[in-house]
Design a protein around this ligand. Structure first.
Ligand SMILES: NC(=O)c1ccc[n+]([C@@H]2O[C@H](COP(=O)([O-])OP(=O)(O)OC[C@H]3O[C@@H](n4cnc5c(N)ncnc54)[C@H](OP(=O)(O)O)[C@@H]3O)[C@@H](O)[C@H]2O)c1
Ligand SMILES: [Zn+2]
Length: 339
């Protein structure tokens, strides 16, 4: 019987292990993808360190998947074998349970709805996905360049288009990492005055080349004061992985401004008087559903938004993950299955 290869987290905190498995057969409303590329996201730490109660082991992480439809289960319509397909963090929804009725993207009670957390993800040559989780991917997008669009891309694209900011408004992208380097491209192409904020100056030239018209070095000046001096941000896309850094920028919101909290930083303190005086808000944002991924992919194709990546073969998933965690990758780490 043909086998697939996967890089598995055997238990909480344990290193990755290579496994050979039987190639699974898709059940009703499921499809099997032959994975071409899978991005390594900071949120994979959830699976590796067991940061959500929903993680079960052994588990294959990976929620930035580009593949080709390889087999189709019963009850799936509108897809054919050979089609290019993508899967993000959203692992699917049944559409009728209590949670789906409130918010189909979050935590369906009937479909394991977190890719790489409650169901196996894309650190593998093959994976099974619920049909509602699968996005159509334009054929001419490069699989490696576009894999990170399924999480880093859709999260920043979707957060930005839901801030209420309009063309010309000041939008700060806080953090120039995996998410931030895409957030800058989307913000500039969505017509905002795009301000990149990061500690140090080593990423300034690159941030400007990605579309930032202004740059704030948060190690050198108070980012809240710098944004206020510009007139205040209509939106801050907070992608940093540090709570104190995120806290330090929230005062830079302008009237009716919104800080989209994207980085998972645990407890966050904000000055309430700073918010109420400006009717400003702090709002959490998760990535999006398959339709949001399709919007992201199509926008990226039309507007030439691409991820800059370091590529590793599947078997080097541990090295790839460590590299991502080191914060030194420029900017996304991607596993390419044929590398
Ligand atoms: N909401 C969602 O749906 C969603 C989706 C995907 C990811 N995430 C989360 O988003 C966050 C970013 O992910 P990523 O993959 O972009 O991570 P990343 O590539 O590691 O980038 C992290 C960024 O945070 C900055 N940073 C780290 N520590 C800092 C500190 N102490 N002070 C100031 N800046 C600091 C880094 O700055 P330097 O360049 O100076 O190192 C870098 O710009 C993670 O928490 C991830 O779990 C959330
Ligand atoms: Zn992610």
């Amino acid at each position: 019987m043909a086998k697939m290869r996967a890089m598995v987290v055997p238990k909480r905190g344990a290193p990755f292990e290579a496994e050979e498995r039987d190639i699974p057969v898709p059940g009703p409303e499921e499809m099997r993808l032959r994975v071409l590329a899978c991005g390594v996201c900071h949120s994979d730490v959830v699976t590796v360190l067991g940061l959500l109660p929903s993680v079960q082991y052994p588990r294959v992480p990976g929620h930035e998947v580009i593949g080709v439809v390889d087999a189709i289960g019963e009850g799936v319509h509108g897809w054919s074998v050979g089609a290019r397909a993508g899967v993000g963090w959203f692992g699917g929804s049944c559409g009728y349970c209590r949670r789906c009725r409130r918010d189909a993207a979050f935590a369906c009670e009937n479909v394991n709805s977190q890719t790489g957390v409650t169901r196996d993800g894309g650190y593998a040559t093959h994976m099974i996905a619920h049909v509602s989780a699968v996005a159509h991917v334009p054929d001419d997008l490069d699989p490696v360049e576009s894999a990170p669009l399924l999480c880093a891309g859709v999260t920043t694209f979707n957060a930005l288009r839901n801030t209420g900011a309009g063309p010309g408004d000041i939008v700060a992208v806080h953090g120039v990492g995996g998410l931030g380097h895409l957030g800058l491209q989307y913000a500039a192409r969505q017509g905002f005055r795009t301000v990149a904020v990061n500690r140090g100056r080593d990423k300034e030239a690159l941030a400007r080349s990605l579309g930032a018209s202004d740059y704030i070095d948060s190690a050198d000046e108070d980012p809240a004061k710098a944004l206020t001096a510009m007139g205040g941000a209509k939106a801050i896309l907070a992608t940093v992985t540090d709570g104190k850094a995120m806290q330090a920028i929230s005062g830079g919101l302008g009237p009716d401004g919104v800080m989209m909290v994207i980085g998972a930083v645990g407890p966050l303190t904000v000055d309430s008087s700073g918010l109420l005086g400006k009717r400003a808000s702090v709002k959490g944002w998760y990535s999006g559903v398959a339709r949001d991924s399709e919007d992201t992919l199509n926008f990226s194709q039309r507007n030439k938004v691409a991820s800059m990546n370091e590529i590793y073969p599947l078997e080097k998933a541990q090295e790839a993950y460590d590299r991502m965690m080191s914060g030194k990758a420029r900017f996304r780490v991607v596993l390419r299955m044929d590398a």
